[in-house]
Design a protein around this ligand. Structure first.
Ligand code: BES
Ligand code: MN
Ligand code: ZN
Length: 490
C-alpha cells in the first residue's frame, strides 16, 4: 500500500526559513511580488531570489511556471521552489501549483510556506496527489522518505479544509495501487482481501463467492472467469452515511484482474497492459475509501465484479450462449468482449438488491474509446440528463476529462443475434457505443444510469499533472464530488 506523504501544519514563523534543511515551497504571483516570507528568503540568500524572479517576470512568469534556487547560499535548504500562483487563485490552479512541489520533493522534507494563501488546502492536495510512486516491488531499500509541513497564518483552518481533500487523495492512491499491481499479486482473492480490509474504516464489505453467484444466476460473469484458476467474486461495499431511508447511489466496477482476451486471445505485444483491466473496480474501491475516510453524509454502495479472463480447457468459446442473471441470453462471439458480460450481471444484481437512486458503472471497456477520445477524456454514456450533467460538472470542477457520447436504437440493433437475445459484440463501427448499448439492456426502465468507459484514462504511458506514469486514479475525485453535490446536500 502506498500511503500518502504525511502532512503537518504549523504557524507562520519566518525565523525558521533559514534553518529548514529540505526544500522550501514559496508561492509568488505573476508580478513576482514577495510576501513577508519571500522577503525573508530573499534577505537570507542575499537578493538572489529577487534577481532570479525579476529575470523570470521579464520573460513572462505565469500560473503553472516555477523557478528553483538550488543550494541557496545563506540557507540550510537544498532548494527553494518558487511557484507562480495568484493569491486568490481558483482550486484547479492551486492544486496544480502544489503538484509541481510534490513532483520536485523527492526524498526531502518540504516546507510549504502558505501564509494567507486562500486555496492553501488545494495546494496541499496537489502536492500529495503528485507525490506518488508505486514502490511495493522495489527491493533496493527504496522506502518512502520525507514529509510535508505546511506553514500558514491560520494552520488550524488549513488543516480543517485539507482533511476531506486528503481523504480523496488517499482513495486515489488506493485506486492507483490496485491498477499498478501486477496480476500475479492482485488476483481476484487478494483484491477481495484488500477491499475487506476497509471494514476497519466503517464500510460494510461482503464477498460473494462462486457458489453464491451460481445460486443467484450471475452466469455471464461466471462464464468470463471459468477458464481461470482464480475464483470469480463479487464484492459489495456499503457506506451508510446518509438518512436511513435514502436510496443509495450504486457504483459498479469492472474488475478483470487480467484480460488475455480468453480463447479470442489478444496479440502478445502490449498484453501486459491488461493488468489494468480492473481499473473500474479500482476507482470504485478508491471512491468508497474516500467516502469512508471523510465520513460522507450519503448512502453509497460499491459493487465490483472480480474475474480473470484466461484461455484454457474450461474457458468459454466463441459461439457459446450464456444466460444472464436478468434472464436474457447472450451469444458470446468474441471472448475478448468480456467486460460487458461481467458488468451486466453485477449491474442487474445491484438494482435487484439495492433499488438504488442511480447506477454509475466504470470500466476499461473498449479500445475503441481510446481511438475516439485518446487519453484526455473518458467516454460518458447516459440515459439521464440530470445525473449526467451533474457528473460532467463534477468532473470539470475536478479537471478530470469526461466527454458525453451518444446512445440510440440503431446502435442497439447492431447487437441482434440470430440464436440468442443478443450478441456480445456489435462490430467495429462505434465499438464503444455498442458496448454501452449492451450495458443499457441491463438497466431497468427509469433507472438513472451513467456508463464511464475509462480504457484511455485509467493508466497512462507518460506522467500527467497529478500523477507519475502508470495509474491515474481517474474518477475518484469526480465521483466523490458528485456524491457531495448530489447526495449530501440538504
Ligand atoms: N479490456 C479491453 C479494453 C481495453 C483496451 C482496455 C485497451 C484498455 C486498453 C476489453 O475487454 C476488450 O478487449 N475490448 C475489445 C472489444 C472487442 C472485442 C469488441 C476491444 O476493445 O478490442
Ligand atoms: Mn477484453
Ligand atoms: Zn477487458
Amino acid at each position: 500500500m502506498t500511503t500518502p506523504t504525511a502532512v503537518t501544519f504549523s504557524e507562520t514563523d519566518i525565523d525558521r526559513l533559514g534553518d529548514h534543511a529540505g526544500r522550501i515551497g514559496l508561492i509568488v504571483d505573476a508580478a513576482g511580488r514577495l510576501d513577508v516570507a519571500g522577503r525573508r528568503v530573499n534577505r537570507l540568500c542575499k537578493g538572489a531570489l529577487k534577481r532570479a524572479l525579476e529575470a523570470r517576470v521579464e520573460a513572462g512568469f505565469k500560473e503553472g511556471d516555477s523557478l528553483t534556487l538550488a543550494y541557496p547560499a545563506g540557507m540550510a535548504a537544498e532548494a527553494v521552489d518558487v511557484i507562480c500562483l495568484a493569491r486568490n487563485a481558483a482550486e484547479i490552479p492551486a492544486r496544480h501549483a502544489g503538484a509541481l512541489l510534490g513532483q520536485k520533493r523527492g526524498k526531502a522534507d518540504l516546507l510549504l510556506v502558505a501564509g494567507a494563501l486562500r486555496r492553501a488546502a488545494w495546494v496541499v492536495q496537489g502536492a500529495v496527489l503528485r507525490d506518488y510512486s508505486f514502490r511495493d516491488h522495489k527491493t533496493s531499500g527504496e522506502v518512502p522518505e520525507g514529509a510535508i509541513e505546511v506553514m500558514a497564518n491560520d494552520p488550524a483552518a488549513v488543516e480543517e479544509a485539507v482533511a476531506p481533500l486528503l481523504a480523496v487523495a488517499d482513495g486515489t492512491f488506493m485506486a492507483r495501487d490496485l491498477v499498478n499491481e501486477p496480476a500475479n499479486i492482485l488476483t481476484t482473492t487478494t483484491f477481495a482481501d484488500r477491499l475487506t480490509e476497509m471494514t476497519a474504516l466503517g464500510l460494510k464489505v461482503e464477498v460473494l463467492e462462486e457458489d453464491k453467484l451460481e445460486e443467484l444466476g450471475l452466469r455471464t460473469l461466471l462464464a468470463v472467469g471459468q477458464g481461470s484458476a482464480s475464483p470469480s467474486k463479487v464484492v459489495v461495499m456499503q457506506w451508510d452515511g446518509g438518512a436511513d431511508d435514502a436510496a443509495p447511489l450504486a457504483l459498479v466496477g469492472k474488475g478483470v484482474v487480467f484480460d488475455t482476451g480468453g480463447i479470442s486471445l489478444k496479440p502478445a505485444a502490449g498484453m501486459e497492459d491488461m493488468t489494468m483491466d480492473m481499473g473500474g473496480a479500482g476507482t470504485v474501491a478508491g471512491v468508497m475509501r474516500a467516502l469512508a475516510l471523510r465520513k460522507a453524509k450519503a448512502n453509497v454502495v460499491g459493487l465490483v465484479g472480480l474475474v480473470e479472463n484466461m484461455p484454457s480447457g474450461t474457458a468459454i468459446r466463441p459461439g457459446d450462449v450464456v444466460k444472464s442473471m436478468k434472464g436474457d441470453t447472450v451469444e458470446i462471439l468474441n471472448t475478448d468482449a468480456e467486460g460487458r458480460l461481467v458488468l451486466c450481471d453485477v449491474m442487474w444484481y445491484a438494482q435487484e438488491r439495492f433499488e438504488p437512486a442511480g447506477v454509475i458503472d466504470l470500466a476499461t471497456l473498449t479500445g475503441a474509446i481510446i481511438i475516439g477520445l485518446g487519453h484526455e477524456n473518458a467516454g460518458v454514456f447516459s440515459n439521464d440528463d440530470t445525473l449526467c450533467n451533474a457528473f460532467l460538472k463534477a468532473a470539470d470542477a475536478e479537471a478530470e476529462g469526461a466527454w458525453r457520447m451518444p446512445l440510440g436504437q440503431a446502435y442497439d440493433d447492431m447487437l441482434k443475434s440470430p440464436i440468442a437475445d443478443m450478441k456480445n459484440i456489435g462490430g467495429r463501427p462505434g465499438g464503444s457505443i455498442t458496448a454501452a448499448q449492451f450495458l443499457q439492456r441491463f438497466i431497468k426502465e427509469d433507472m438513472p444510469w451513467i456508463h464511464l468507459d475509462i480504457a484511455g484514462v485509467a493508466s497512462l504511458k507518460s506522467p500527467s499533472k497529478l500523477a507519475p506514469k502508470g495509474a491515474t486514479g481517474w474518477g475518484v475525485r469526480a465521483l466523490d464530488r458528485l456524491v457531495a453535490d448530489m447526495f449530501e446536500k440538504g
